[in-house]
Write a new protein. Structure first.
Length: 197
């Protein structure tokens, strides 16, 4: 009877050793393989993210010369200081080029605009000239080498010129800008950071 049980015990012993081998050797290796697969998947996702960032940086590098030109143009149009004497000279030259008789030109105090982050300078203009002189002046103002827009314009009939051409009396407000956020009374000259007038 013991001889008949011996193969059974031997089979159970082999099965037990096989189960023990699976538990001790194979299952930890399967866990390591699963963990390595997760790490590989994460590394592949990281690689895709890095490749997309690299592509974006290469695109930015290719666009950098145009961006530098745009920044330089903005700095030219919106100077770092109010530079009111230069502004007055630009407007006087625009009036002379247009054939307008400039009556007065009065720059206001720069005021910080929180929406744009710039300081605005309103310039009051009074002048007389023909209709075509006025339209020419508006063109010159809108195409100044410094950013300027006409925010208010009123025209009234004026005297007649010596040549018999009717003249108009012009009153306008021209808005110009500076990136000096502290421009205004009592501020330190030059570009600064922060806000408030």
């Amino acid at each position: 009877m013991d001889n008949r049980r011996a193969p059974l015990f031997a089979g159970l012993a082999v099965a037990g050793v096989a189960i023990l081998m699976i538990v001790l050797l194979v299952l930890p290796k399967m866990g390591q393989v699963s963990q390595a697969q997760d790490q590989l998947d994460q590394a592949q996702r990281d690689q895709q993210t890095l490749e997309s960032r690299k592509s974006a940086l290469e695109d930015a590098q290719a666009a950098a010369p145009q961006a530098r030109k745009t920044i330089a143009e903005v700095h030219r149009l919106i100077p770092a200081t109010a530079e009111e004497p230069g502004l007055i000279l630009l407007l006087q030259n625009a009036a002379i080029s247009s054939g307008i008789d400039l009556v007065s030109l009065s720059p206001g105090t720069p005021v910080f605009d929180t929406a744009s982050g710039l300081s605005k300078i309103a310039v009051g203009v009074s002048a007389t000239g023909t209709y075509f002189d006025v339209t020419d002046l508006m063109y010159h103002i809108e195409t100044l080498p410094r950013a300027a827009i006409v925010t208010n314009l009123s025209l009234a009939p004026g005297q007649t010129s010596q040549t018999g051409v009717p003249l108009l009396t012009l009153s306008a407000t021209i808005q110009t800008y500076t990136s000096d956020t502290s421009a205004g009374p009592g501020s330190e000259p030059g570009p600064t950071s922060g806000g408030g007038a």
